[in-house]
Design a protein around this ligand. Sequence first.
Ligand code: SF4
Length: 317
Amino acid sequence: MKYYDPAYYSEFHCIAAACPDSCCQGWDVVIDSETEDFYSSVQGEFGKKLREAIYTDPDGDRVFRLAEEKKCPFWGADYLCDIFRELGEEHLCDTCAQFPRITMDYTTFTEHTLALACPEAARLILSTDNAYADFAAIDCENCEEYNADAMRFLLRLRNRAASILTASKPLAERFDLLRILAAEAQKELTGDVFECNPLSPDIFEKLEYIDEHNREKIIQAAREKADLSQHEAELTRLALYWLYRYLLGVIATYDLIAPLRFIIGSVVTVANLAQKSGDIITAAQIYSKEIEQSYENMEELGVRSEWWTPSTPDSYS
Ligand code: SF4
């Protein structure tokens, strides 16, 4: 098994109390069973507080009941974690211990990345050039879980898409070339003839949001005419980030159009958000927190962010 990390991965350190939008607010924290077993053995007032805070949500997950303003009940007044303080880092649940680190296990190789929804990760992702240099040489050995030829096709396609995204042309032109590439590659992969049309702004109305204020801003930004004239370097890094985050997930769906449409539509929406605020990093981070961190939203957008159930189209059987 070979492991590949983007250049920013090892640079990440949680900025904790200095974080402008902590992961300790707004999200359900799913507690793994091993950690819950340990929490059930913790004595005293703190153990009681731990047990009382955990409940089963409508999806069947064991989660912490959020306190006022959707804050984690263990988020201290000093913006530090009470579980970390009382029990030690080793007793954080897997969700908290790993965030924002993401592992994408493709069986014969593994890629890591960071979640853009974390403000410090967003800063690194949008400020690091040449972050995926090592990824160009990734190859795929035969494996039982998916068709290795199809995965090699996707790896080559990803390299071609990355070359387009880093070419010396205006970003709007690069996106036009990417749309053409997506349609051609889809035909080659499955024989289907589809255009990579823009993401419909209407879809943003159907998504779920943590914050209603962000909902309005994102829907409005998605409806505005694309203006990619500012922040081109950051927007390019953003497109590359999503390319490396999602393209190989196509091995589950054989639908290339959905992730490439998502990438282009999301970059345009973030660009429009940043036009108003002037802050491209926060625009990308908030967009990711609202849209990308929701499994249901990504399902609605047709983009796989989790492990897959592989299938093989005729052209790759
Ligand atoms: S969002 Fe990122 S930087 Fe902020 S508290 Fe969480 S892990 Fe740390």
